[in-house]
Design a protein around this ligand. Structure first.
Ligand SMILES: *Cc1c(COP(=O)(O)O)cnc(C)c1O
Length: 475
């Protein structure tokens, strides 16, 4: 095969996959052991054979989960969008690391351009930012900057002999906060989970009490992690009120906003007022474009408010003279200097192309569409006798349950429905646990999804529920 033939074949495979991703099941489900047997990964190599290589490609796609399938509701991402896909492919062809201007000049300028755009839309002044490998990493870097700011000796001396630092998050915050507390030497017990109200938002009175308790115990409260929106419930912590509490307490508390899932509502003034009022008072903010915006994994930003240069001061360490070359006027030229990575995938091109193609208005319309579809799904649940919302909808997430007949455990039934849909490939949907009760968590992140697809999904749920209940009755 010539290189021309390889490209031809590649584009044929890609186009065919895209055009047929709604045909058949969401996944050809196999248990890990059965899949291992099918894949036969150890089968004899045919070195240098592109035919053999494309056989592997076909095998991969045959058993892959079709995240672009309209019955894929499982996770926070779904179908990748085409403009962004072009960016991803070109990034691969040009193959560089976005760590220095020298090796990635255009990508560096694009990244700075969009960081500035987002700083301004978030209402951040004298700020800075970086793309990270996701909000888990964004949360970690934010907590690290906050830690090293409040404990200026930490970067050099470590935390030996210093009083414990304490961070506060929503009881339903993402587990990456626990990981950050672990990695940064804070200790997971010093990550205090704040009780939530009926909407799943951090309770301000509980937050204030926890901060005062920590201080009275001789510890140093240093970080509040607000969430916008929480992973299971889709709840938005009241960022403005939290910042007001910080100001009222007069403590050196860093307020970070984890907007991995619902943070991009800040692109719309109206939605920002509704969900993220007071964001401009926060110290840092992270959000993903690889979730509901259909930008291929990974695509995330971390923004810092009011403290340009803090990442250089707190995150940058070690001897990196061999790679980083210094300043561009007043700003660091090299985005990698303050990153936790050395090599950095060019994540900006796919977003930049998508941004130019759809415009900010297109991104906002996408979010609004998902909110509308979520409202529709909630209405379907409410009018279906067998189904009920486990908790009211806060934003994008629909947590519902199928009712169980007497003598059957509702959690078991809902888990079984979800598993049956998955193994049959009819639909993939997630589970959530709220206050100890299992819900089916429906997330709509595919722009092609119509109300009829939502209807179809609930019909699958009802069919699966009936089959499981009937089987139990005859057993
Ligand atoms: C998904 C999610 C994360 C993790 O984001 P990644 O980009 O996958 O690292 C963090 N916080 C919240 C609230 C999330 O929903």
């Amino acid at each position: 095969m010539t290189e021309h033939d390889v490209f031809d074949r590649l584009f044929q495979v890609m186009e065919r996959y895209r055009n047929t991703q709604n045909d058949g099941p969401v996944v050809a489900y196999h248990s890990p052991a059965a899949l291992r047997e099918k894949l036969a990964l150890g089968r004899a190599d045919r070195p240098q054979s592109y035919d053999a290589l494309f056989d592997w490609v076909e095998t991969y796609l045959e058993y892959a989960v079709k995240t672009g399938h309209k019955q894929f509701w499982n996770r926070m991402w779904a179908d990748a969008n085409l403009p962004a896909m072009i960016g991803e492919i070109i990034s691969t062809i040009a193959h560089t690391s976005a760590c220095t201007f020298e090796s990635a000049p255009v990508s560096t300028e694009m990244e700075k351009y969009l960081i500035d755009e987002f700083l301004s839309l978030a209402g951040f002044h004298n700020g800075e930012g970086q793309m990270t490998t996701g909000s888990s990493n964004g949360n970690l870097v934010a907590m690290m900057a906050a830690r090293n700011l409040v404990m200026q000796t930490a970067k050099r001396d470590g935390l030996f002999g210093s009083p414990p630092l304490v961070a506060f998050v929503n009881a339903e915050a993402h587990y990456s906060m626990d990981k950050a507390a672990n990695l940064l030497g804070i200790g997971t017990d010093n990550l205090i989970k704040i009780a939530v109200d009926d909407h799943g938002r951090m309770r301000l009175d509980a937050l204030e009490q926890a901060i005062l308790d920590a201080r009275n115990a001789g510890k140093i409260p240093f970080f509040i992690g607000a969430t916008a929106a929480t992973t299971v419930r889709g709840a938005y912590d009241p960022v403005g009120d939290i910042c007001a509490l910080r100001d009222h307490l007069g403590l050196d508390l860093w307020v970070h906003v984890d907007g991995a899932w619902g943070g991009t509502v800040f692109l719309s003034e109206e939605l920002s007022d509704q969900y993220l009022s007071g964001l401009d008072q926060a110290d840092s903010f992270t959000f993903d474009f690889h979730k509901m915006h259909g930008i291929p994994m990974v695509c995330n930003f971390l923004l810092i408010n009011n403290r340009a240069g803090i990442l250089q001061a707190t995150v940058n360490s070690g001897n990196d003279d061999y790679i980083f070359r210094g300043e561009d006027n007043e700003r660091p030229a090299d985005l990698g200097a303050t990153s936790l990575q050395c090599g950095r995938h060019v994540d900006i091109l796919k977003l930049f192309l998508s941004w130019k193609f759809y415009g900010r208005a297109g991104f906002v319309a996408r979010i609004e569409r998902f909110l509308e579809k979520a409202a529709y799904a909630e209405a379907v649940v409410r009018k279906t006798p067998e189904l009920a919302m486990l908790v009211p909808r806060e934003s994008f997430n629909i947590n519902f349950v199928h009712s169980a007949p007497n003598g059957m455990d509702a959690d078991d039934l809902n888990r079984a429905i979800r598993q049956r849909l998955y193994e049959s490939g009819t639909a993939m949907v997630g589970l959530g646990t709220i206050k100890g009760q299992v819900s089916i968590r429906l997330l709509i992140a595919n722009e092609a999804v119509e109300n009829t697809d939502i209807d179809e999904f609930f019909q699958h749920v009802l069919d699966a529920g009936k089959a499981i209940i009937d089987a139990a009755a005859t057993a």
